[in-house]
Design a binder for this molecule. Structure first.
Ligand code: ZN
Length: 261
């Protein structure tokens, strides 16, 4: 083999090796992503969609209230974004018009008990289910729909187990916790910049952000923080979605073996 032929063979071999590397590298990336986005300590079963798409669910608990819920709805309308409101049954009384607005503007409506009284709602599974049913009935009277998506006040951690989940499923309820916490429930007076900072901390699957926010009458800073939160996730390419009965359930792994709530 002369020098010229050897050179051609060297270039040819180099090209083949480069092509081989190029074809292998995407496979390596996909594997890396799959591992990074494996569900952590939740019921969440990755359907595969979340490996390639990024979804954010804005959720607002404890409403409806007049000023705050209304202002949140204005902001969502302006951005053409759908969110989810986990409403408290007793709060609907006298504010039916706000609930109607949530429904008419295409947002998700979830159940968050009727009284939000922890001592009462967590007395027994039956009590908990009855509170959800009572709230569902109230919503049906106003909107004609019977929501089946629910959220535990304070979260399902240490409250949900296989037995209670079975009871909830028998009533067709689906449970949704969160993996991003604005911390505006315990501390509604957090500064707007702190709320936005909190909205960026995702636990577990980074392609899925279920953000816990509140719309009590004192959550005025949450209203002010919302545009910044929306901008952050928009810029990162997340798609905004409302929770529906078709959304995979999202609850924390059971931490107790107790047989009731
Ligand atoms: Zn609540």
């Amino acid at each position: 083999m002369n020098f010229r032929k050897r050179n051609i063979l060297f270039v040819f071999t180099t090209i083949i090796i480069c092509c081989l590397f190029a074809s292998l590298s995407p496979k390596v990336n996909i594997k890396k992503n799959t591992q990074a986005f494996a569900p952590l300590n939740t019921s969440f079963k990755d359907s595969g969609d979340y490996k390639v798409s990024k979804y954010v669910y804005l959720t607002f608990d404890d409403g409806p209230t007049y000023v705050v819920t209304d202002a949140l709805l204005d902001a969502l309308k302006k951005e053409r974004i759908k969110a989810t409101f986990f409403v408290v049954g007793k709060e609907i009384i006298g504010r039916e018009i706000i609930l109607k607005r949530i429904y008419n503007e295409g947002h998700g409506i979830g159940l968050h008990t009727y009284s939000h009284n922890f001592k009462k709602i967590y007395r027994s599974t039956d009590e908990f289910v009855n509170e959800m049913k009572k709230t569902s009935k109230k919503i049906e009277e106003i909107t004609g729909t019977t929501p089946k998506i629910i959220r535990f006040p304070g979260g399902s951690s240490k409250r949900l187990n296989a037995f209670t989940l079975n009871d909830l499923h028998k009533n067709n309820f689906k449970v949704y916790d969160w993996n991003v916490n604005l911390c505006d429930g315990v501390n509604p007076n957090l500064s707007v910049s702190q709320l936005i900072k909190n909205s960026k901390i995702i636990k577990g699957n980074e392609n899925l952000a279920i953000i816990l926010m509140h719309c009590n009458s004192n959550n005025k800073n949450t209203v002010k923080a919302l545009p910044g939160i929306i901008k952050y996730y928009k810029d990162l390419g997340y798609e905004f979605r409302a929770i529906t009965e078709n959304t995979p359930e999202y609850y924390y792994k059971f931490k107790t073996k107790k047989t009731s709530l």
